[in-house]
Design a binder for this molecule. Structure first.
Ligand SMILES: CC(C)(COP(=O)(O)OP(=O)(O)OC[C@H]1O[C@@H](n2cnc3c(N)ncnc32)[C@H](O)[C@@H]1OP(=O)(O)O)[C@@H](O)C(=O)NCCC(=O)NCCS
Length: 409
Protein backbone atom coordinates (compact mmCIF):
# COMPACT_ATOMS: atom_id res chain seq x y z
CA UNK A 1 0.00 0.00 0.00
CA UNK A 2 1.21 3.46 -0.76
CA UNK A 3 1.02 5.93 2.06
CA UNK A 4 1.27 9.68 2.01
CA UNK A 5 0.88 12.22 -0.73
CA UNK A 6 4.56 12.21 -1.74
CA UNK A 7 4.34 8.51 -2.60
CA UNK A 8 1.13 9.07 -4.47
CA UNK A 9 2.88 11.63 -6.61
CA UNK A 10 5.72 9.19 -7.28
CA UNK A 11 3.17 6.58 -8.35
CA UNK A 12 1.51 9.02 -10.73
CA UNK A 13 4.90 9.89 -12.21
CA UNK A 14 5.74 6.19 -12.51
CA UNK A 15 2.53 5.47 -14.40
CA UNK A 16 3.21 8.38 -16.71
CA UNK A 17 6.76 7.09 -17.23
CA UNK A 18 5.45 3.60 -17.90
CA UNK A 19 3.10 4.93 -20.50
CA UNK A 20 5.90 6.90 -22.15
CA UNK A 21 8.20 3.84 -22.13
CA UNK A 22 5.49 1.76 -23.72
CA UNK A 23 5.05 4.33 -26.44
CA UNK A 24 8.77 4.19 -27.16
CA UNK A 25 8.80 0.42 -27.14
CA UNK A 26 5.76 0.18 -29.39
CA UNK A 27 5.90 2.46 -32.43
CA UNK A 28 2.31 1.67 -33.34
CA UNK A 29 1.03 2.74 -29.94
CA UNK A 30 0.43 6.34 -30.94
CA UNK A 31 -1.74 5.15 -33.82
CA UNK A 32 -3.65 2.89 -31.46
CA UNK A 33 -4.14 5.79 -29.07
CA UNK A 34 -6.14 7.56 -31.75
CA UNK A 35 -8.12 4.63 -32.95
CA UNK A 36 -8.57 2.35 -29.95
CA UNK A 37 -11.28 -0.10 -30.65
CA UNK A 38 -12.55 -3.52 -29.89
CA UNK A 39 -9.74 -4.87 -32.05
CA UNK A 40 -7.06 -3.68 -29.68
CA UNK A 41 -5.94 -6.48 -27.37
CA UNK A 42 -3.32 -4.36 -25.61
CA UNK A 43 -4.84 -3.53 -22.24
CA UNK A 44 -2.07 -1.09 -21.41
CA UNK A 45 -2.55 1.01 -24.51
CA UNK A 46 -6.28 1.13 -23.84
CA UNK A 47 -5.55 2.41 -20.35
CA UNK A 48 -3.10 4.92 -21.80
CA UNK A 49 -6.04 6.46 -23.55
CA UNK A 50 -8.55 6.14 -20.75
CA UNK A 51 -6.56 7.26 -17.72
CA UNK A 52 -5.87 10.89 -18.72
CA UNK A 53 -9.52 11.31 -19.80
CA UNK A 54 -10.76 9.93 -16.51
CA UNK A 55 -8.31 12.05 -14.53
CA UNK A 56 -9.64 15.10 -16.35
CA UNK A 57 -13.29 14.10 -15.84
CA UNK A 58 -12.74 13.69 -12.10
CA UNK A 59 -10.74 16.91 -11.85
CA UNK A 60 -13.65 18.79 -13.45
CA UNK A 61 -16.23 17.01 -11.29
CA UNK A 62 -14.32 17.79 -8.11
CA UNK A 63 -13.84 21.40 -9.15
CA UNK A 64 -17.60 21.73 -9.42
CA UNK A 65 -18.75 19.48 -6.58
CA UNK A 66 -15.76 19.22 -4.28
CA UNK A 67 -17.62 20.67 -1.32
CA UNK A 68 -21.08 19.23 -2.10
CA UNK A 69 -22.47 17.08 0.73
CA UNK A 70 -23.34 13.46 -0.16
CA UNK A 71 -24.84 12.26 3.12
CA UNK A 72 -24.87 12.48 6.85
CA UNK A 73 -23.38 10.44 9.64
CA UNK A 74 -25.29 9.44 12.75
CA UNK A 75 -23.98 8.09 16.03
CA UNK A 76 -25.62 4.73 15.24
CA UNK A 77 -23.69 4.55 11.96
CA UNK A 78 -20.46 5.05 13.87
CA UNK A 79 -21.32 2.20 16.23
CA UNK A 80 -22.39 -0.14 13.38
CA UNK A 81 -19.13 -0.41 11.47
CA UNK A 82 -19.83 2.68 9.30
CA UNK A 83 -22.72 0.90 7.53
CA UNK A 84 -24.43 3.19 5.05
CA UNK A 85 -21.87 5.97 5.27
CA UNK A 86 -20.96 7.17 1.80
CA UNK A 87 -17.28 7.74 2.26
CA UNK A 88 -15.29 5.92 -0.38
CA UNK A 89 -14.77 5.91 -4.13
CA UNK A 90 -14.63 2.40 -5.65
CA UNK A 91 -14.71 2.38 -9.44
CA UNK A 92 -14.97 -1.29 -10.31
CA UNK A 93 -18.18 -2.43 -8.63
CA UNK A 94 -21.15 -1.08 -6.75
CA UNK A 95 -23.45 -3.12 -4.54
CA UNK A 96 -27.15 -2.49 -5.02
CA UNK A 97 -29.26 -3.41 -1.95
CA UNK A 98 -31.91 -5.02 -4.18
CA UNK A 99 -30.05 -6.35 -7.19
CA UNK A 100 -26.70 -7.27 -5.65
CA UNK A 101 -23.31 -6.60 -7.12
CA UNK A 102 -22.91 -4.77 -10.41
CA UNK A 103 -19.50 -4.95 -12.05
CA UNK A 104 -19.00 -1.66 -13.91
CA UNK A 105 -22.77 -1.41 -14.10
CA UNK A 106 -23.43 -5.00 -15.25
CA UNK A 107 -25.38 -7.39 -13.02
CA UNK A 108 -24.29 -11.02 -12.65
CA UNK A 109 -26.83 -12.34 -15.20
CA UNK A 110 -25.72 -9.59 -17.61
CA UNK A 111 -22.09 -10.58 -17.10
CA UNK A 112 -22.99 -14.22 -17.71
CA UNK A 113 -24.73 -13.26 -20.93
CA UNK A 114 -22.21 -10.74 -22.25
CA UNK A 115 -18.71 -11.74 -21.15
CA UNK A 116 -16.58 -14.04 -23.32
CA UNK A 117 -16.68 -17.78 -22.64
CA UNK A 118 -13.99 -20.41 -23.05
CA UNK A 119 -14.23 -22.59 -26.15
CA UNK A 120 -17.05 -25.04 -25.49
CA UNK A 121 -17.86 -23.39 -22.15
CA UNK A 122 -20.98 -21.57 -21.01
CA UNK A 123 -19.73 -19.58 -18.02
CA UNK A 124 -17.90 -16.25 -18.30
CA UNK A 125 -14.13 -16.39 -17.88
CA UNK A 126 -12.58 -14.22 -15.13
CA UNK A 127 -10.13 -12.69 -17.60
CA UNK A 128 -13.12 -11.06 -19.33
CA UNK A 129 -14.42 -9.82 -16.03
CA UNK A 130 -10.99 -8.38 -15.18
CA UNK A 131 -10.94 -6.56 -18.52
CA UNK A 132 -14.40 -5.19 -17.76
CA UNK A 133 -13.37 -4.11 -14.25
CA UNK A 134 -10.26 -2.33 -15.48
CA UNK A 135 -11.58 -0.69 -18.65
CA UNK A 136 -15.33 -0.46 -18.06
CA UNK A 137 -15.89 -2.19 -21.43
CA UNK A 138 -17.07 -5.72 -22.21
CA UNK A 139 -14.09 -7.31 -23.98
CA UNK A 140 -14.15 -9.24 -27.21
CA UNK A 141 -13.14 -12.90 -27.21
CA UNK A 142 -9.72 -11.91 -28.53
CA UNK A 143 -9.19 -9.35 -25.79
CA UNK A 144 -10.08 -11.82 -23.03
CA UNK A 145 -7.92 -14.46 -24.68
CA UNK A 146 -4.96 -12.09 -24.79
CA UNK A 147 -5.16 -11.88 -20.99
CA UNK A 148 -5.33 -15.69 -20.70
CA UNK A 149 -2.14 -15.90 -22.71
CA UNK A 150 -0.34 -13.10 -20.91
CA UNK A 151 -1.20 -14.43 -17.45
CA UNK A 152 -0.06 -17.92 -18.46
CA UNK A 153 3.24 -16.51 -19.72
CA UNK A 154 3.82 -14.67 -16.45
CA UNK A 155 2.81 -17.49 -14.15
CA UNK A 156 6.19 -18.82 -13.11
CA UNK A 157 7.00 -18.34 -9.43
CA UNK A 158 10.41 -17.13 -8.24
CA UNK A 159 12.34 -20.12 -6.92
CA UNK A 160 12.57 -18.78 -3.36
CA UNK A 161 8.76 -18.68 -3.17
CA UNK A 162 8.52 -22.28 -4.41
CA UNK A 163 11.13 -23.35 -1.83
CA UNK A 164 9.32 -21.43 0.88
CA UNK A 165 5.96 -23.03 0.03
CA UNK A 166 7.49 -26.49 -0.20
CA UNK A 167 9.10 -26.05 3.21
CA UNK A 168 5.90 -25.03 4.94
CA UNK A 169 4.33 -27.69 7.14
CA UNK A 170 1.28 -29.12 5.40
CA UNK A 171 -0.80 -28.49 8.50
CA UNK A 172 -0.19 -24.73 8.36
CA UNK A 173 -3.52 -23.16 7.43
CA UNK A 174 -3.71 -22.70 3.62
CA UNK A 175 -4.60 -19.04 4.06
CA UNK A 176 -1.47 -18.42 6.16
CA UNK A 177 0.60 -20.08 3.41
CA UNK A 178 -1.14 -17.94 0.78
CA UNK A 179 -0.55 -14.67 2.65
CA UNK A 180 3.10 -15.48 3.31
CA UNK A 181 3.75 -16.38 -0.35
CA UNK A 182 2.08 -13.23 -1.64
CA UNK A 183 4.16 -11.13 0.74
CA UNK A 184 7.34 -12.91 -0.38
CA UNK A 185 6.58 -12.04 -4.03
CA UNK A 186 7.66 -8.55 -3.08
CA UNK A 187 11.18 -9.60 -4.17
CA UNK A 188 9.98 -9.56 -7.77
CA UNK A 189 7.71 -6.56 -7.46
CA UNK A 190 7.88 -4.42 -10.52
CA UNK A 191 6.04 -1.82 -8.51
CA UNK A 192 8.96 -1.52 -6.08
CA UNK A 193 11.24 -1.05 -9.10
CA UNK A 194 8.85 1.61 -10.33
CA UNK A 195 10.20 4.07 -7.82
CA UNK A 196 13.48 4.12 -9.68
CA UNK A 197 12.76 2.71 -13.11
CA UNK A 198 9.28 3.90 -13.97
CA UNK A 199 7.74 0.47 -14.47
CA UNK A 200 4.29 -0.38 -13.16
CA UNK A 201 2.80 -3.84 -13.04
CA UNK A 202 0.88 -5.95 -10.56
CA UNK A 203 1.34 -9.65 -9.78
CA UNK A 204 -2.12 -11.13 -10.10
CA UNK A 205 -1.19 -13.86 -12.61
CA UNK A 206 0.93 -15.81 -10.14
CA UNK A 207 -1.76 -16.39 -7.56
CA UNK A 208 -3.23 -19.62 -9.03
CA UNK A 209 0.25 -21.19 -9.09
CA UNK A 210 0.74 -20.29 -5.43
CA UNK A 211 -2.77 -21.45 -4.55
CA UNK A 212 -2.36 -24.73 -6.44
CA UNK A 213 1.04 -25.37 -4.84
CA UNK A 214 -0.51 -24.85 -1.42
CA UNK A 215 -3.34 -27.25 -2.28
CA UNK A 216 -1.03 -29.97 -3.52
CA UNK A 217 1.38 -29.55 -0.61
CA UNK A 218 -1.37 -29.49 2.00
CA UNK A 219 -3.72 -32.13 0.64
CA UNK A 220 -1.99 -34.15 -2.07
CA UNK A 221 1.38 -34.97 -0.50
CA UNK A 222 3.10 -32.29 -2.56
CA UNK A 223 2.71 -34.21 -5.83
CA UNK A 224 3.51 -32.11 -8.94
CA UNK A 225 1.24 -29.32 -10.05
CA UNK A 226 1.78 -29.70 -13.79
CA UNK A 227 2.86 -27.10 -16.32
CA UNK A 228 0.93 -24.03 -17.35
CA UNK A 229 -0.55 -24.32 -20.83
CA UNK A 230 -0.53 -20.97 -22.61
CA UNK A 231 -3.44 -22.03 -24.77
CA UNK A 232 -5.70 -22.64 -21.81
CA UNK A 233 -7.60 -19.98 -19.92
CA UNK A 234 -6.69 -18.93 -16.37
CA UNK A 235 -9.34 -21.10 -14.68
CA UNK A 236 -8.53 -24.16 -16.80
CA UNK A 237 -4.87 -23.88 -15.81
CA UNK A 238 -5.81 -23.39 -12.17
CA UNK A 239 -8.17 -26.40 -12.22
CA UNK A 240 -5.58 -28.66 -13.81
CA UNK A 241 -2.82 -27.46 -11.44
CA UNK A 242 -5.15 -28.35 -8.58
CA UNK A 243 -5.35 -31.81 -10.13
CA UNK A 244 -8.96 -31.66 -11.39
CA UNK A 245 -9.60 -32.72 -14.97
CA UNK A 246 -13.42 -32.72 -15.07
CA UNK A 247 -14.44 -30.01 -17.62
CA UNK A 248 -17.48 -29.21 -15.49
CA UNK A 249 -15.21 -28.39 -12.55
CA UNK A 250 -13.29 -26.02 -14.83
CA UNK A 251 -16.58 -24.36 -15.76
CA UNK A 252 -17.36 -24.03 -12.07
CA UNK A 253 -13.95 -22.40 -11.52
CA UNK A 254 -14.70 -19.88 -14.29
CA UNK A 255 -17.97 -18.97 -12.64
CA UNK A 256 -16.53 -19.01 -9.10
CA UNK A 257 -13.51 -16.85 -9.92
CA UNK A 258 -15.72 -14.42 -11.82
CA UNK A 259 -18.46 -13.89 -9.26
CA UNK A 260 -16.19 -13.58 -6.21
CA UNK A 261 -13.87 -11.10 -7.87
CA UNK A 262 -15.17 -7.83 -6.48
CA UNK A 263 -17.73 -6.63 -3.96
CA UNK A 264 -17.15 -2.98 -3.32
CA UNK A 265 -14.04 -3.89 -1.38
CA UNK A 266 -14.05 -7.11 0.65
CA UNK A 267 -16.16 -9.54 2.58
CA UNK A 268 -16.09 -12.34 5.10
CA UNK A 269 -16.85 -15.88 3.99
CA UNK A 270 -18.51 -18.76 5.72
CA UNK A 271 -19.36 -22.04 4.06
CA UNK A 272 -21.49 -24.16 6.30
CA UNK A 273 -25.18 -24.56 6.93
CA UNK A 274 -26.94 -26.91 9.34
CA UNK A 275 -30.71 -27.06 9.02
CA UNK A 276 -31.47 -29.01 12.19
CA UNK A 277 -29.51 -26.60 14.33
CA UNK A 278 -31.04 -23.36 13.17
CA UNK A 279 -33.14 -22.53 16.19
CA UNK A 280 -30.53 -23.99 18.53
CA UNK A 281 -27.90 -21.90 16.79
CA UNK A 282 -29.99 -18.77 17.06
CA UNK A 283 -30.92 -19.40 20.68
CA UNK A 284 -27.30 -19.88 21.62
CA UNK A 285 -26.61 -16.38 20.23
CA UNK A 286 -24.87 -17.53 17.06
CA UNK A 287 -25.67 -16.50 13.49
CA UNK A 288 -26.89 -18.79 10.69
CA UNK A 289 -23.93 -18.87 8.31
CA UNK A 290 -24.54 -17.92 4.68
CA UNK A 291 -27.66 -15.90 5.46
CA UNK A 292 -27.99 -12.15 5.85
CA UNK A 293 -26.04 -9.27 4.44
CA UNK A 294 -24.86 -5.87 5.57
CA UNK A 295 -26.13 -4.15 2.40
CA UNK A 296 -28.13 -6.58 0.22
CA UNK A 297 -31.81 -6.95 0.93
CA UNK A 298 -32.66 -9.82 -1.43
CA UNK A 299 -31.24 -13.21 -2.42
CA UNK A 300 -27.66 -12.65 -3.52
CA UNK A 301 -27.43 -13.01 -7.33
CA UNK A 302 -24.15 -14.84 -6.76
CA UNK A 303 -26.20 -17.42 -4.84
CA UNK A 304 -28.76 -17.58 -7.65
CA UNK A 305 -26.24 -18.18 -10.43
CA UNK A 306 -24.60 -20.97 -8.42
CA UNK A 307 -28.03 -22.47 -7.76
CA UNK A 308 -28.66 -22.41 -11.52
CA UNK A 309 -25.31 -24.08 -12.09
CA UNK A 310 -26.30 -26.80 -9.59
CA UNK A 311 -29.73 -27.26 -11.16
CA UNK A 312 -28.01 -27.76 -14.49
CA UNK A 313 -25.13 -30.03 -13.45
CA UNK A 314 -25.98 -31.70 -10.12
CA UNK A 315 -29.75 -31.52 -9.58
CA UNK A 316 -29.88 -34.78 -7.63
CA UNK A 317 -26.90 -34.24 -5.37
CA UNK A 318 -28.08 -34.75 -1.75
CA UNK A 319 -26.05 -31.79 -0.42
CA UNK A 320 -27.46 -29.51 -3.10
CA UNK A 321 -30.95 -30.70 -2.15
CA UNK A 322 -30.18 -29.83 1.45
CA UNK A 323 -28.99 -26.36 0.45
CA UNK A 324 -32.18 -25.93 -1.61
CA UNK A 325 -34.31 -27.00 1.37
CA UNK A 326 -32.47 -24.62 3.69
CA UNK A 327 -33.28 -21.88 1.18
CA UNK A 328 -36.96 -22.55 1.84
CA UNK A 329 -36.71 -23.03 5.59
CA UNK A 330 -34.27 -20.42 6.89
CA UNK A 331 -35.66 -17.11 5.56
CA UNK A 332 -39.00 -17.43 7.41
CA UNK A 333 -37.17 -18.32 10.64
CA UNK A 334 -34.83 -15.35 10.34
CA UNK A 335 -37.81 -13.13 9.51
CA UNK A 336 -39.57 -14.42 12.61
CA UNK A 337 -36.55 -13.39 14.65
CA UNK A 338 -37.57 -9.83 13.86
CA UNK A 339 -34.21 -8.10 13.84
CA UNK A 340 -32.48 -9.58 10.78
CA UNK A 341 -32.57 -7.00 7.98
CA UNK A 342 -31.96 -9.52 5.22
CA UNK A 343 -33.19 -13.09 5.77
CA UNK A 344 -32.02 -14.22 2.32
CA UNK A 345 -28.95 -16.32 1.44
CA UNK A 346 -25.65 -14.77 0.45
CA UNK A 347 -22.97 -16.23 -1.83
CA UNK A 348 -21.43 -18.34 0.92
CA UNK A 349 -24.40 -20.59 1.38
CA UNK A 350 -23.89 -22.08 -2.08
CA UNK A 351 -20.26 -22.14 -3.13
CA UNK A 352 -19.24 -24.89 -0.68
CA UNK A 353 -21.71 -27.47 -1.96
CA UNK A 354 -20.48 -27.12 -5.55
CA UNK A 355 -16.83 -27.50 -4.59
CA UNK A 356 -17.70 -30.53 -2.45
CA UNK A 357 -19.55 -32.15 -5.35
CA UNK A 358 -16.47 -32.05 -7.58
CA UNK A 359 -14.22 -33.39 -4.83
CA UNK A 360 -12.61 -30.19 -3.62
CA UNK A 361 -13.69 -31.03 -0.11
CA UNK A 362 -10.95 -29.38 1.98
CA UNK A 363 -12.86 -26.49 3.51
CA UNK A 364 -9.72 -24.92 4.95
CA UNK A 365 -8.73 -24.20 1.36
CA UNK A 366 -11.85 -22.25 0.35
CA UNK A 367 -10.63 -18.88 1.58
CA UNK A 368 -7.53 -19.28 -0.61
CA UNK A 369 -9.70 -19.72 -3.72
CA UNK A 370 -11.73 -16.76 -2.64
CA UNK A 371 -8.47 -14.80 -2.33
CA UNK A 372 -7.41 -15.76 -5.86
CA UNK A 373 -10.71 -14.44 -7.20
CA UNK A 374 -10.94 -11.31 -5.07
CA UNK A 375 -7.43 -10.32 -6.11
CA UNK A 376 -8.88 -9.50 -9.56
CA UNK A 377 -11.22 -6.88 -8.18
CA UNK A 378 -8.73 -5.42 -5.74
CA UNK A 379 -6.05 -5.15 -8.42
CA UNK A 380 -8.40 -3.63 -10.99
CA UNK A 381 -9.35 -1.01 -8.41
CA UNK A 382 -5.70 -0.49 -7.41
CA UNK A 383 -4.82 0.35 -11.01
CA UNK A 384 -7.39 3.12 -10.90
CA UNK A 385 -6.53 4.19 -7.36
CA UNK A 386 -2.98 4.71 -8.50
CA UNK A 387 -3.91 6.29 -11.81
CA UNK A 388 -6.17 8.76 -10.03
CA UNK A 389 -3.69 9.32 -7.22
CA UNK A 390 -6.22 8.31 -4.56
CA UNK A 391 -4.64 8.34 -1.10
CA UNK A 392 -5.12 5.58 1.48
CA UNK A 393 -8.38 5.89 3.38
CA UNK A 394 -8.14 7.68 6.65
CA UNK A 395 -11.61 8.25 8.12
CA UNK A 396 -11.69 10.24 11.34
CA UNK A 397 -12.26 8.21 14.50
CA UNK A 398 -13.67 9.52 17.77
CA UNK A 399 -13.79 7.96 21.21
CA UNK A 400 -17.09 7.49 23.09
CA UNK A 401 -15.72 9.99 25.61
CA UNK A 402 -15.35 12.70 22.95
CA UNK A 403 -18.72 11.89 21.36
CA UNK A 404 -20.48 12.25 24.70
CA UNK A 405 -18.60 15.47 25.38
CA UNK A 406 -19.66 16.86 21.98
CA UNK A 407 -23.28 15.69 21.97
CA UNK A 408 -24.11 15.54 25.67
CA UNK A 409 -25.20 12.52 27.74
C1 LIG B 1 -23.49 -10.78 7.02
C2 LIG B 1 -23.82 -10.23 8.39
C3 LIG B 1 -22.50 -10.11 9.20
C4 LIG B 1 -24.43 -8.83 8.24
O1 LIG B 1 -24.58 -8.29 9.55
P1 LIG B 1 -25.46 -7.01 9.85
O2 LIG B 1 -25.22 -5.96 8.81
O3 LIG B 1 -25.23 -6.64 11.26
O4 LIG B 1 -26.95 -7.58 9.62
P2 LIG B 1 -28.31 -7.02 10.21
O5 LIG B 1 -28.32 -5.53 10.23
O6 LIG B 1 -29.38 -7.75 9.49
O7 LIG B 1 -28.22 -7.54 11.73
C5 LIG B 1 -29.27 -7.28 12.64
C6 LIG B 1 -29.29 -8.39 13.69
O8 LIG B 1 -29.66 -9.64 13.03
C7 LIG B 1 -28.67 -10.61 13.29
N1 LIG B 1 -28.44 -11.46 12.12
C8 LIG B 1 -28.12 -11.08 10.86
N2 LIG B 1 -27.93 -12.16 10.08
C9 LIG B 1 -28.16 -13.24 10.86
C10 LIG B 1 -28.09 -14.65 10.63
N3 LIG B 1 -27.74 -15.17 9.45
N4 LIG B 1 -28.37 -15.47 11.67
C11 LIG B 1 -28.71 -14.96 12.88
N5 LIG B 1 -28.77 -13.66 13.15
C12 LIG B 1 -28.48 -12.81 12.16
C13 LIG B 1 -27.40 -9.80 13.57
O9 LIG B 1 -26.46 -10.59 14.30
C14 LIG B 1 -27.95 -8.65 14.37
O10 LIG B 1 -28.20 -9.10 15.68
P3 LIG B 1 -27.85 -8.15 16.98
O11 LIG B 1 -28.62 -6.90 16.77
O12 LIG B 1 -28.30 -8.99 18.13
O13 LIG B 1 -26.37 -7.93 16.93
C15 LIG B 1 -24.82 -11.15 9.13
O14 LIG B 1 -25.99 -11.27 8.33
C16 LIG B 1 -24.26 -12.53 9.45
O15 LIG B 1 -23.57 -12.68 10.47
N6 LIG B 1 -24.57 -13.56 8.57
C17 LIG B 1 -24.09 -14.91 8.78
C18 LIG B 1 -22.62 -15.03 8.44
C19 LIG B 1 -22.40 -14.88 6.94
O16 LIG B 1 -23.09 -15.45 6.13
N7 LIG B 1 -21.36 -14.09 6.59
C20 LIG B 1 -20.96 -13.93 5.20
C21 LIG B 1 -21.46 -12.65 4.61
S1 LIG B 1 -21.12 -12.50 2.89
Amino acid sequence: MIEGSADVKIVTICIAATLRDDLKACPTASIMLRGLSAENTNLKSILQEKIPKEQERIREFRKKHGSTKVGEVTVDMMYSGMRGIKGLVWETSVLDPDEGIRFRGLSIPECQAQLPKAKGGQEPIPEGLFWLLVTGDVPTDAQAKSLSKEWAQRAELPSHVVTMLNNMPSKLHPMSQFSAAVTALNSESKFVQAYTEGVHKSKYWELPVIAATIYRNSFRDGKGIGAIDENKDWSANYASMLGFEDPQFTELMRLYLTIHSDHEGGNVSAHTSHLEFIWKTLKSGQVVPGYGHAVLRKTDPRYTCQREFALKHLPNDPLFKLVATIYKVVPPILTELGKVKNPWPNVDSHSGVLLQYYGLSEMNYYTVMFGVSRALGCLAQMIWSRALGLPIERPKSLSTEILIKQLGK
